[in-house]
Design a binder for this molecule. Structure first.
Ligand SMILES: NC(=O)c1ccc[n+]([C@@H]2O[C@H](COP(=O)([O-])OP(=O)(O)OC[C@H]3O[C@@H](n4cnc5c(N)ncnc54)[C@H](O)[C@@H]3O)[C@@H](O)[C@H]2O)c1
Length: 364
């Protein structure tokens, strides 16, 4: 009989739904080493909480996340609350001996992130940088690790959304610096940084600038940086909520000595690949469908060519975490990986304020 994991999910919004789906679906696609029990979902006292609990079959609801952490009949705390609550909830959960998963950004400051790493030193932990488990991104990592790309010269990446330009949109916690942090950098740029550290390694130094386009807004709408990576590559990364024409466009392009790789989230089953070792007369960009059983992750879902979507990145992340947990192996991205993202972010934000190049911390 597989051991049971009793889960409390803190947060019932957009990510509450994505995580509910992951907890529900992971046992269907993966032979998990645990039986999952969706014990408790926590949110503000609104109809959404009861609707989400009913639709995703959570046994109980609660409005007090602290009480959820104190319960003895909960093994896992999964945090999908607004950013400013991540550190407090994760530290409390870790101190109570729970397995702790938290959404990105890991925290709103480096100090908070460091305190989270310390508190969770003895408990398994995860930060939901889910894009590492998009098969096309995992395959890009495989090609890089196998040497197919060679020395990387250029790493360009962006994460663009357009909703920030809609002045009629009701302000949420994302527009409040006390809850959401500095703005788009604490939000979308953290995904860009995590993927960059994953694919291209630590960053040595950077220079950045931020912009707020909407009059009176308290948070950054756009953030852009130039990076020098430790491997010598030049980086250009940006995130914006004013990327008109882009609903959810996370992308990267990598130029190496042997190949070019390109990825675009709005076509997430595909990876662009140009093999520079082929005769120049035969070179061209291949639009690979990363939907083969031999590709990483994909074979857990469907047969070749039967494409997957956004939600599968959460399912695959959770399954990989539970597999590592059962084998007592270290999982990535964990809190230390999340801290590395926060350190780079803080350096770039300092650069944007001082208009100076700054050193960026390598992975802690
Ligand atoms: N990994 C990703 O791709 C991704 C995507 C979107 C959001 N996120 C992150 O997920 C987190 C949640 O974002 P979201 O889009 O789900 O937000 P959301 O506003 O849709 O949902 C947040 C929920 O938290 C609940 N909540 C707020 N304060 C609470 C409190 N004090 N006690 C109990 N419940 C409370 C509310 O009921 C709300 O429904 C954020 O940190 C965000 O950055 C990650």
């Amino acid at each position: 009989m597989k051991p049971e994991l009793r889960v409390a999910l803190l947060g019932d919004g957009f990510m509450g739904k994505a995580h509910s789906n992951a907890w529900a679906q992971a046992p269907h696609f993966f032979d998990l080493p645990y039986r999952i029990r969706r014990k408790l979902i926590c949110g503000l006292d609104t109809p959404l909480l009861h609707q989400t609990a009913a639709q995703w079959e959570w046994e109980e609801t609660a409005t007090d996340w602290r009480a959820a952490i104190e319960r003895d009949d909960i093994d896992v705390i999964d945090i999908a609350l607004p950013n400013h609550l991540h550190a407090e909830a994760a530290i409390a959960a870790a101190r109570a001996g729970k397995i702790v998963l938290t959404e990105k950004p890991m925290a709103n400051t480096v100090d908070e992130a460091r305190a989270m790493v310390e508190a969770a030193a003895k408990v398994p932990n995860l930060v939901w940088y889910n894009y590492r488990r998009v098969p096309a991104i995992a395959f890009a990592k495989q090609l890089i690790d196998e040497g197919r790309v060679g020395q990387i010269y250029h790493y360009e990446a962006a994460y663009k959304q357009q909703w920030g330009a809609d002045a009629s949109r009701a302000a949420t916690w994302r527009m409040d610096p006390k809850q959401g942090g500095s703005g788009v950098a604490d939000d979308l740029l953290t995904h860009v940084i995590d993927t960059a550290l994953y694919l291209n390694g630590p960053m040595k130094e950077g220079v950045a600038m931020a912009a707020t386009f909407m009059p009176g807004r308290q948070v950054d709408d756009a953030f852009q940086a130039m990076i020098r990576f430790e491997n010598g590559a030049m980086g250009a990364i940006m995130s914006t909520r004013f990327g008109i024409g882009s609903k959810n466009a996370k992308s990267f392009r990598i130029h190496g000595a042997n190949a070019m790789l390109g990825f675009h989230l709005e076509k997430l089953n595909n990876l662009e690949f140009l093999d520079f070792t082929e005769p120049s007369t035969e070179q061209g960009v291949r639009d690979l469908m990363v939907t083969d059983l031999k590709h990483p992750i994909f074979g857990n879902f469907w047969r070749p060519g039967h494409i997957i979507g956004y939600e599968h990145s959460f399912i695959a992340t959770l399954a990989a975490f539970l597999d590592a947990l059962s084998k007592d192996e270290e999982f990535h991205p964990n809190f230390r990986d999340g801290l590395a993202v926060q350190q780079v972010l803080a350096g770039l934000q300092q650069s944007a304020a001082s208009r100076q190049w700054v050193p960026l911390q390598p992975s802690a």
